[in-house]
Design a protein around this ligand. Structure first.
Ligand SMILES: [Zn+2]
Length: 100
């Protein structure tokens, strides 16, 4: 009796790192819950789960990540800049008057 071939389920390669920094790569089915620890293949110490080998979601550009506060702060600093500029111009005009 032939066993019917199992359809390939999505896999993920997970790496574990032991205290001696050996890397043990284990392939798991994508749906399994990952063990936090694994025996190191090289020295049999307990290797810890290394994080994030799933396809990384592309990070949103920083512009979008800005918070409302950031925008407020930016606006305020722009206003401050304008203020400084105005003062500088007035100062310049005053100096010119004195010079003439
Ligand atoms: Zn090891």
């Amino acid at each position: 009796m032939n066993s019917t071939p199992q359809p390939l389920s999505p896999r993920q390669t997970i790496e574990y790192i032991c205290p001696k920094e050996h890397i043990t790569s284990i392939i798991f089915a994508a749906e399994v819950e990952l063990p936090q620890e694994w025996d190191c293949k090289h020295c049999s110490l307990t290797a810890k789960l290394r994080i994030a080998f799933e396809p990384a979601v592309e990070k949103a550009p920083e512009k979008i990540a800005r918070t409302h506060l950031d925008i407020l702060h930016e606006r305020r600093s722009k206003a401050e800049l304008e203020e400084i500029l105005k003062e500088a111009i007035t100062d310049l005009r005053r100096r010119r008057k004195k010079a003439s």
